[in-house]
Design a protein around this ligand. Sequence first.
Ligand code: AHR
Length: 497
Amino acid sequence: MKSSITLDKYAPVGQIDERIYGSFIEHLGRAVYTGIYQPGHPSADENGFRQDVIDLINQLNVPIIRYPGGNFVSGFNWEDSIGPKDARPRRLDLAWQTIETNQFGLHEFMQWLDKVHAAPMMAVNLGTRGIDAARNLIEYTNFPKGSYYSDLRRQNGAEAPFNIKTWCLGNEMDGPWQIGHKDAVAYGKLADETAHAMRTVDDTIETVACGSSALTMPTFGSWESTVLDIAYDRVDYLSLHRYYGNQDNDTPNFLAQSLDLDDFISGVVAICDAIKARKHSKKTINLSLDEWNVWYHSNDHDAQDAKWQEHPHKLEDIYNFEDALLVGSMLITMLRHADRLKMACLAQLVNVIAPIMTDENGGAWAQSIFYPFMQVSTLGKGTVLTPIVKSGTYGTKEFAAVPYVDSVAVLNDAGDTVTVFAVNKSLDTPQEFTIAAGDFQFDQVTLSSQFAGYGLKETNEDGHMRLADNTSHYLADDGVHVTLAPASWNVFQIKVQ
Ligand code: AHR
């Protein structure tokens, strides 16, 4: 089969905001305890932070990390997580029905972020709490000194303010499972008033309002409209969450779900812009896809879990090769929306639906999905070019015309290197793929990498998966020609003029 991407030098989608390569640490399962934090572990530093995990996260190049939830935040008292550790309360976490010891809290998170070179995306509790707790928290984190909460922070060892810039106004407040779930009007008013109070303490922050927790929510669309109608002037981003699974073991349909993500993003952009027009506003609301991933492998296990344990094994999806292909395709989809998608968080980062897993009595390892994420987050920098992709298509039970090849190209800021990401979704047929130069002149292929040759259900617990060179490429007058293996993730870098 033949397919191609043609580079259009003069038609940029937009500059990539590297915060789309963010991730997420929730107090859930073993994300924190025995994940990033395990005092006494052989690799733990003086703070109890696992260095083996830090080393893997640093390879992923994650610029921003959402914290502390997720559903967890909707029952969380932030004050429980500060001050001397032996005085911090053990609490019931109602969201996941576990025990939260609060041994890792706000200060520990901020210290740990320095080690992984990431900024915080902090969520406030708009479930059981509201404006009052949020204004106190931002006084604690961002106010320099001379007030009750800022001086409490200094007393707890942080003289300088944390200056947290990005704030999520609650989590999935449209979901009936959420503690303190609200209807759109009640949430819109609360988000608006909370943002108002927080901005009064620090007017340099940016806020993210909860959009729909999935495209399939019955309130999708009307929720977004109502919330923005009320809170438009005080929020900067609207959130989207999306998870996919292959419960029916229908891989062609599973791999097609990036098209659903594409629709979801386009739909939310359209809603934001409709409200903008209706309000005659000059302000544009951008998107934060602050939870996305594959999530389904652990569902059966988790349904049987005993309640009220400390850091139980929860949401520990073991990812296979086809999951990596969909993650790659979701990343390509996100890049195609670089003009409006400004933040995103792979949910989550360690142990909980995560690219990195730990053994509490052993080491840490990278899942299959680690590889496409790492390549896009390290190489996908600059400007996305409008993707002109030609490919044959296939049909599935949910999608009529799915391109076999999903691809996008990025021009770096220096203007001398194009990076092309491509997935071949055909399970049995290679693609003769052309990267057509358009108005560029191609000098040299400097990277030709593939993630291929693994069984669709193959996993990486033993660490055998590797990115490999794709030596099939050659440079001709019309561009680069290369064979994409069936079921493969591919990355090319080309020096251009
Ligand atoms: O990421 C796991 C959970 O998924 C989060 O806590 C919640 O926001 C979403 O439903």
